[in-house]
Design a protein around this ligand. Structure first.
Ligand SMILES: Cc1cc2nc3c(=O)[nH]c(=O)nc-3n(C[C@H](O)[C@H](O)[C@H](O)COP(=O)(O)OP(=O)(O)OC[C@H]3O[C@@H](n4cnc5c(N)ncnc54)[C@H](O)[C@@H]3O)c2cc1C
Length: 370
């Protein structure tokens, strides 16, 4: 497509920073760049009509890692590294709350519970035994004991009598979070172009030539925040991991409140607007879920429904209102990749299942690289 003189001059010339992707990382990066360089011309290019990866699709858990996840991380990482990971999540949530405000995102600290299926009783015993040590390790982050045992007050079926609960965990309204963040960045004067896919770029020493599916242009710096789609533009170790979700219609007198995970974190659910939002089941077919296709499968959706019926809402009738999926970016390490790729190209990708917790910080760290 040939751009008019006006289109080129107004939107696509003299660009200081171009950010690819308007998820939580791209937006936080834009916000921080504007704070550092108020006069800079900043462009955000987004493939979807809305952010279309994970940031508008997620479950809205403001979480730091369940006890079994932390124990499993300790098998792969040193105590210092695990403490660092949890500290980063804590700092990230504080930054997000400070930037957007608790009211604007409906942040509520209702606690996060790990449930143990009956088949996982040995795992519960191990977590229970190690709880005091883990609390001691994480005290510098939380300033108190994070994990305690909690009776099955919500009367879930086919799970052990006790949950292990982190009372510092919270939840937020994902839609409100992203709408507020978009509004803040737009108000700072950052330009957005949606429905544009970046296909390629080439870095010369002073400028980058960017090719999209509609036009080409030059930018001084390019910042890539495409997470699960990263391998389309970068040669980094990031794989897409699709996560499927469903939500019920409102349920009268729903007493379940909080965020919940089980089966080693492969399933998670929460209350929202008198409904239950439930996601997970990637482990049923990990290979098929290694995709960027925003679709659902019968295998996983049926399992989610079964879990609602048999474990989460065994005595409560419900109807499914909506189903969707989102794409995460994962790899063999938990740490995100925030780095300089070449003279003028930078990336902040691979946020795993913790992007709400760390997304604001990753965006800031990405902006700080330039
Ligand atoms: C179902 C689900 C549930 C989750 N639940 C939680 C949770 O409860 N708590 C939590 O902390 N995390 C959760 N996560 C993870 C979290 O949502 C992500 O880690 C986070 O949103 C990643 O943000 P991002 O900005 O890096 O990526 P994204 O939000 O995926 O943003 C990347 C953007 O780049 C765009 N893009 C990609 N390629 C191109 C291109 N070539 N050109 C232009 N644009 C492009 C995409 O359209 C997308 O909008 C969940 C994820 C999913 C999918």
């Amino acid at each position: 497509m040939n751009l008019s003189y006006w289109e080129h001059k107004t939107w696509l010339s003299n660009i200081d920073f171009t950010i690819v992707g308007s998820g939580i990382v791209g937006l936080s990066c834009g916000l921080n760049l504007k704070q550092r360089f108020p006069k800079a011309k900043i462009l955000i290019l987004e493939n979807g009509f809305l952010p279309q990866g994970a940031s508008t699709k997620n479950a809205g858990f403001a979480c730091f890692g369940s006890i079994s996840e932390i124990l499993s991380d300790l098998n792969e990482h040193s105590e210092e590294e695990v403490l660092g990971l949890v500290q980063k999540r804590w700092n990230g949530i504080q930054l997000l709350r400070k930037t957007l405000g608790d009211n604007a995102i409906d942040f509520q600290q209702l606690g996060g519970h790990e449930l143990f299926l009956e088949k996982d009783s040995a795992l519960f015993e191990t977590c229970s035994e190690k709880r005091i040590d883990i609390n001691r390790l994480l005290r510098p982050v939380f300033g108190g004991d994070a994990f305690h045992e909690h009776p099955n007050t919500f009367r879930f079926k086919s799970i052990g009598d006790k949950y292990i609960t982190n009372s510092f965990e919270g939840q937020l309204d994902t839609g409100k979070m992203m709408a507020r963040l978009l509004q803040l960045v737009q108000n700072k004067g950052v330009t957005f172009l949606n429905g544009i896919s970046v296909e390629d770029f080439s870095d010369s020493s002073s400028n980058i030539a960017v090719r999209t599916d509609r036009f080409e242009f030059m930018t001084k710096k390019l910042l890539i925040a495409t997470n699960g789609f990263a391998s389309q533009l970068l040669n980094e170790k990031v794989k897409p991991a699709r996560a499927q979700v469903l939500i019920t219609k409102p349920i009268r007198n729903l007493s379940i409140k909080g965020t919940f995970h089980f089966d080693e974190g492969y399933y998670y659910f929460r209350n929202i607007d008198n409904r239950i939002l439930l996601g997970g089941g990637r482990n049923l077919d990990l290979k098929a879920e290694e995709t960027t296709a925003l679709e659902q499968t019968e295998l996983i959706q049926k399992r989610l429904e079964k879990l609602l019926r048999e474990v989460i809402l065994p005595d409560t009738p419900f109807e499914i209102d909506r189903r969707w999926s989102g794409i995460m970016g994962v790899g063999d390490r938990k740490r995100p990749i925030v780095k300089q790729i070449s003279d003028n190209v930078f990336c902040g990708v691979r946020l795993g299942g913790m992007g709400i917790a760390i997304g604001s910080l990753v965006g800031k760290d990405l902006a700080d690289l330039v």
